[in-house]
Design a protein around this ligand. Structure first.
Ligand code: PLP
Length: 400
């Protein structure tokens, strides 16, 4: 057996393979240059086009672009009417921005546990967490796999909750013919460079509701309106009104131009991610059959966006923990990552809400074993082969 790089052996790769990377081509660059030469650097025609394109893609009426996905989630929590005293249910296996958005509005995030096979928020456990104070539910399309959108919609209707889907990972994913973003009251997509398509920084809320749409527009721009139909009075042609405490959460036209160009490639990106994920699944089946790892599991009829390829180590079959395996992979120049540290275990959350280790036992146990492997559309099968070679070398070395 070849020596592990962590023990001084030759690494599987000479150069680091990152876990994610954007795909920017000449068409994208030309689109940005054109926007720079235009009359508008912010809130020009590219924004409106971008909002319409994403809304059309999801099959809903409205889109409101934001400076980033976190700001978009904040906007959704505002539009949902979350206030101090309100609760909103979400998953602990997410980026902290999901639950932070609830706190920005003065609300309390309530964490319900995940499903042990898909790592998605468990619908039944979410329902158990509902109280008279619950205002909204924010499931996350973890790794690019859409949550059971119909089940969450039904749950939200039964309990009069606003259903906000964190689809930061899942633009382009679907269940049957239904795209992520089509079902929830409001759906957030992120355009950070590692996400399905990028605008540098950026986010959007898509919705079918005129009421949410108008609130989101105000919230994004200081709570200010010039719309004659919305003004409470009119003092003259200069007159505008600030009606809510909003923010400057606007996206630039430069970013939207990039986004419009990127959206033309979205389906190609998703198809490539699916091909690479299938290749991983096929090649890693042997290690799974030996109990050394558990492969990602999709719900029936789901086409994932494959934002992340997450394996779970079979720790009971290994002499080493996740940390040793992770560090050994890094030394082989495989850019691994961990998504995510359960949010309720972060020091800010512990200080604010107390030490709640044990609150979500499934999520906490899953966290102990998960590793995100590199996956992005610019990768080739040879890159996947390298990741697999490194994993085989390391797991066989640490096998009990
Ligand atoms: C990336 C991400 C966000 C935040 O999006 P930004 O555009 O980075 O602000 C929120 N939730 C999840 C699950 C994410 O992955």
């Amino acid at each position: 057996m070849t020596e592990l790089a962590i023990h001084g052996g030759k690494p599987v790769r000479d150069k680091l393979l990152p876990y994610g990377h954007q795909w920017i081509d000449e068409q994208d660059i030309a689109a940005v240059v054109e926007a720079l030469k235009s009359d508008f650097l912010t809130q020009g025609p590219q924004i409106a086009r971008f909002e319409q394109k994403v809304a059309d893609y999801a099959g809903v009426r409205y889109g409101v672009a934001f400076a980033n996905g976190t700001a978009a989630l904040h906007g959704a929590c505002f539009a949902a009417g979350i206030q101090p005293g309100d609760e909103a249910i979400t998953t602990p296996i997410t980026f902290a921005a999901t639950s932070n958005a609830v706190i920005y509005q003065g609300g309390t995030p309530v964490f319900a546990d995940i499903d042990p096979t898909t790592y998605l928020l468990d619908v039944a456990k979410a329902e158990k967490a509902i109280t008279s104070r619950t205002k909204a539910i924010l499931p996350v399309d973890y790794s690019g796999q859409p949550v059971d959108m119909e089940a969450f919609r039904a749950l939200a209707r039964r309990h009069n909750l606003v259903f906000i889907q964190d689809a930061a990972h899942s633009l382009g994913a679907s269940e049957g013919q239904v795209k992520a973003g089509h079902v929830a009251d409001m759906t957030m997509f992120s355009f950070h460079p590692v996400k399905p398509v990028t605008t540098g920084e950026g986010g959007i809320i898509v919705t079918d509701s005129r009421d949410y749409y108008e609130k989101l527009l105000l919230f994004r721009s200081h709570g200010i309106t010039r719309d004659p139909a919305r003004l409470t009075r009119n003092e003259g042609p200069w007159y505008y009104e600030m009606q809510y405490l909003g923010y400057n959460y606007r996206m630039t036209d430069i970013q939207a131009a990039l986004g419009n160009s990127q959206l033309d490639k979205l389906d190609t990106f998703i198809a490539k991610r699916n091909r690479l994920a299938d290749y991983y699944l096929q090649k890693l089946a042997v290690l799974e059959s030996q109990g050394l790892l558990v492969l990602p599991h999709l719900r029936q009829n789901v086409r994932s966006g494959w934002h992340l390829f997450v394996i779970r180590l079979g720790l009971e079959r290994l002499k080493a923990g996740r940390r040793e395996v992770f560090e050994a992979l890094q030394k082989e120049n495989i850019g691994v990552n961990v998504h995510y540290i359960p949010v309720h275990l972060h020091p800010y959350y512990v200080e604010k809400y107390g030490d709640r280790r044990g609150l979500c036992p499934v999520a906490e146990a899953v966290y102990e074993g998960i590793i995100t492997l590199p996956l992005y559309p610019l990768m080739e099968e040879q890159d996947v082969d390298d990741v697999i070679a490194a994993l085989e070398k390391i797991l066989n070395y640490y096998k009990k």
